[in-house]
Design a protein around this ligand. Structure first.
Ligand code: SF4
Length: 700
């Protein structure tokens, strides 16, 4: 009998609604759910490849134990009992020998199912202070900028038509398809579009104003937009006078930061900056959509602050057609201390966390990737000897990946839970086969929408287990079973308890909707110390950070290290392509078919000067080393910029070479030792100097 099961796509963080068509236990088809407020029936290529992903022959189906030397590519299948016993035994052994700070728990990108909260809960009840996530490079920088400025995370309101939309460093078409669809409908209905992107994307081609800044100069551009809006008196005086503090300080701070003064930094012509500022500030209401590009800089929090200030100066906060307070349904929020049990971690142990003394924002609780690597390699400030990695292919995603690889090689014990044998998993002592989203019941909280939705288990591949089940199994062996639920469903009931629901009921409902609240501040003020929008942030001042955004040139950039521009004359940036989520999907035929090779985008003029032709194998080099990608010539980027493909490895090349993880991996070129962001510790992942040349024939 054919049955339709409502669920959520987990191929990325967006959380699109899907319908799974089942014939008995067999999945016949997956389609977009037309009733989903996110994707309204659409699926992107990754979502459409869900079944290929689920059933791929390369999926890990049993726990594996390393045979022979680390990274030698030889494995033995073992039982779950043996696998979990081995991991638990090593956790206890390392904890006893090196203290709880000798362990590190690492998770990868957000799956939406509270799996990060499960991992943090395990670390906390085990009394281990070091948990690493992708927070410093994804979404959380923007959250911090917003929270510091006005105490909430605004969500765009496309229901009341916006008059203008500013898209800043966001590849919505390929990464956030729901918002992209809403945006395109608004544009079709007449909204004016401003796009800020170093690439002339299809969206940029539709824009009334497209700004093409130097990659890495977003903060300087933000300041020049603020200066212009103040100077030209395009500020929404009614909103600013009533609801903002620090306007005079901001005005004084921006004096001298005109588009002309910053043109040499941003590369954007002043008249274009003014056109963008005028359109965004005067067409009301307006939405500002920012993306992951903002996050990939040490300047990330201050850039997000500049964007938040732009929203406030133009009076677009809390208004229909602008950006509203998203009020989620009353379930347990993902970061709730009731879930992660952070109070179980003794204060003196918490103080031992890597980075605890680095002066980062006081709400930061993670260990930074570069600090983990340093602790393993240099035992600074103490040795880290064991890592438990949950769904993170860190050889591809950590900065200065060559050092990250040395660190993994040096560990006493490495356990990796993942779906495929990735380069990172190939270095593990024990590999735990994790379930894909189609194999897990979950409550999914999409990051950009005030709603939650159900994800339902409709398949089982081999002996794969959900992250929650793996962690429960470990906790039981560590004598910590009392802190975890008897079943996954009980854990889901706990999440839904504030809404008065059990998971079985939620299964039938499919979606729990929150709402957008407009002008919430008229009743309750803003959730900041002053109760107002803090253009000048009193919290940042009190904590010793810049209370107003300050642009400071970064190392290995044209203004930060002009002496390097002779040796490294080009600027490297990177972006995500629609076929892949981070390092995932390179083995999925339909996705790889649409983007078969790692490509470096080069302007034809630059290519001609360098003697590089379309399709040539091309070397990209920084002080850390070199990689090679295939040249693709395009006039959509500035001649001074190259666009390097991100997170490439080659599943077809075999575990013995760690799938050639270092051959085309952009993080072989990024640095982990230049000063990172003072607020979050983020390294510089884009916008730095490099050189490019044609690979010699026959070179590896
Ligand atoms: S955008 Fe993400 S959640 Fe939506 S269909 Fe694509 S992969 Fe799935």
């Amino acid at each position: 009998m054919v049955q339709i099961v409502k669920s959520a796509c987990g191929m990325c963080q967006t959380g699109c609604g899907i319908l799974v068509q089942l014939d008995g236990a067999r999945i016949q088809k997956i389609s977009g759910d037309p009733d989903s407020p996110i994707n309204k029936g659409r699926l992107c290529p990754k979502g459409a490849a869900s079944l290929e992903f689920l059933n791929h022959p390369g999926r890990l189906k049993n726990p594996l134990k390393r045979q022979g030397p680390r990274g030698g590519g030889s494995w033995k299948e073992i039982s779950w009992d043996e696998a979990l016993d081995t991991v638990a035994e090593n956790l206890l052994k390392t904890k006893a020998a090196f203290g709880p700070e000798g362990l590190v728990f690492i998770r990868g990108s957000f799956k939406g199912a509270y799996e990060g909260a499960h991992l943090a809960r395990l670390a906390n009840v085990l009394g281990a202070p070091n948990v690493a996530s992708m927070a410093p490079v994804c979404y959380i920088p923007r959250v911090n900028g917003n929270q510091l400025t006005y105490g909430f995370e605004p969500v765009p309101d496309y229901a009341f038509p916006p008059a203008a939309i500013l898209v800043w460093g966001a590849n919505l078409a390929e990464t956030r398809i729901g918002e992209h669809q809403d945006l395109m409908e608004a544009v079709d209905r007449g909204a004016e579009l401003v796009v800020i992107d170093p690439r002339r994307t299809p969206l940029a081609e539709r824009a009334a104003v497209w700004l093409q800044p130097r990659p890495g100069s977003d903060l300087a551009l933000g300041l020049s937009l603020i200066q212009t809006i103040i100077e030209e008196e395009w500020v929404d005086r009614v909103f600013v006078d009533r609801w903002c503090t620090g306007f005079e300080e901001l005005k004084a701070h921006c004096r001298g930061l005109s588009p002309e003064a910053l043109e040499s930094v941003t590369w954007v012509k002043p008249d274009r900056v003014r056109a963008a500022a005028k359109l965004y500030a005067t067409a009301k209401p307006a939405i500002l959509q920012a993306g992951n590009a903002i996050d990939h800089s040490p300047h990330n929090v201050q850039t997000a602050r500049a964007l938040a200030i732009l929203r406030a100066l133009t009076g677009n906060l809390g208004v229909p057609g602008g950006e509203a307070l998203g009020v989620p349904p009353e379930i347990l929020p993902m970061g709730s201390p009731l879930f992660d049990l952070r109070e179980k971690l003794p204060a003196e142990i918490r103080d031992k966390r890597l980075n605890a003394r680095d002066g980062l924002l006081p709400n930061i609780f993670y260990a930074l990737p570069q600090s983990i690597v340093r602790a393993v390699l240099e035992e600074d400030p103490y040795p880290v000897r064991l890592a438990y990695v949950q769904g993170c292919n860190l050889l591809l995603t950590y900065p200065h990946a060559g050092r990250a690889c040395q660190a993994l090689q040096k560990l006493d014990f490495l356990a990796v839970a993942d779906l495929f044998l990735t380069p990172t998993a190939a270095l593990a002592d024990v590999i735990l086969p994790a379930a894909s989203y189609l194999e897990v019941d979950a409550v999914i909280a999409p990051p950009y929408y005030p709603m939650v939705q159900v994800q339902q288990k409709v398949a089982q591949v081999g002996e794969s287990r959900s992250d929650a089940a793996i962690i429960r199994g470990l906790a039981q062996r560590l004598g910590l079973g009392e802190f975890f639920w008897e079943s996954e469903e009980e854990g889901l009931d706990f999440i839904l308890e504030p809404a008065g629901l059990r998971f079985q009921e939620f299964r039938q409902m499919g979606v729990l909707s929150g709402h957008r609240s407009f002008r919430h501040y008229e009743k309750q003020g803003f959730a900041t110390p002053s109760g107002k929008v803090e253009l000048f942030s009193s919290r940042l001042r009190d904590w010793g950070f810049d209370p107003l955004p300050v642009y400071r040139p970064l190392p290995e950039t044209p203004d930060g290290s002009p002496e390097l521009t002779g040796e490294y004359p080009l600027i490297l940036t990177s972006w995500k392509v629609g076929a892949f989520r981070h390092s995932g999907g390179r083995q999925i035929e339909s996705l790889r078919g649409s983007h078969a090779e790692a490509v470096v985008w080069i302007h034809p003029e630059t290519a001609e000067k360098l003697g590089i032709a379309e399709g040539d194998r091309t070397v990209i080099e920084t002080a850390r080393g070199w990689i090679a990608q295939q040249a693709r010539l395009t006039d959509k980027i500035d001649p001074r910029v190259v666009g390097v493909d991100y997170a490439w490895w080659f599943p077809e090349r075999g575990a013995e070479s760690l799938f050639d993880w270092d051959q085309a991996n952009v993080n072989m070129l990024t640095d982990d030792r230049n000063p990172s962001g003072s607020e979050l510790g983020t390294p510089q992942l884009r916008g730095f100097l490099c050189r490019v040349y044609k690979a010699e024939e026959g070179s590896a």
